[in-house]
Design a protein. Sequence first.
Length: 250
Amino acid sequence: MLDHLAWEIMRGLPEHFATRHERVVIFCGIHKGFGLRWLRRGYKIALQTEQMYDETGKPLWGQTTKRARRLAFAARAADLVLDLSAANHRFYEEHCPGALAQGKIRFGPWIFPSRPLPFNPGGEESVAFFGSLGNGRRASVIDGIDGFPVRMLESGTFFDDLYRQVESCSAVLNVHFEEGVYTEAPRLLTSLYCGKPLVSEPLGEPFVAGKHYVPIDGYGKVENQAVFERLSRFVSDNLSFERFLLDNRI
């Protein structure tokens, strides 16, 4: 999954984009740990993808002792940390106050392409779900959906194979691993590359239900293309990875 995310982030950069630094190394998914790879030369960006807290301050599954150690180490070893969720600010206050004080932490889903992507109107009526069913909550939510058919995609499928499966459906379904208000930005990114709107439980700011994504109980009540195009324009204008690199003079 992290390889897939890294691939999508990089393909969203302009073809001839160049950084100010001679060499930039991006560590994607720092909860996994990178060992001696932290010794590689170059400007180091640590990309943090896990959910520690939701938007209301509720603690989430990301807070294991091992992950906390790895993230704290990454915050010290990296030149800059990009955490995809602003709700995780509290985690750094508790575990990495020095990195916060040094101004090394940035928050927000700055992973999107710098150009709007086209809507794909093709596909059958079903809505695609991909990802782990994990603790059973997702399966329970999906079983309770009666407003549209859900197509469960083959587990472990990524890159172009995943795109082909998603493109055969009308939209992408997002169900939270744990109940809360937060954003699975990587799934949102894949839905954009496939040209499909996201049908989702409540996402965190700055994404607005009915405007940037379709609430589960609102599917069929809003125009898929309009929702998709608003999201695609919004993230390319405001949350592109290119803009993150430029704003931070990397």
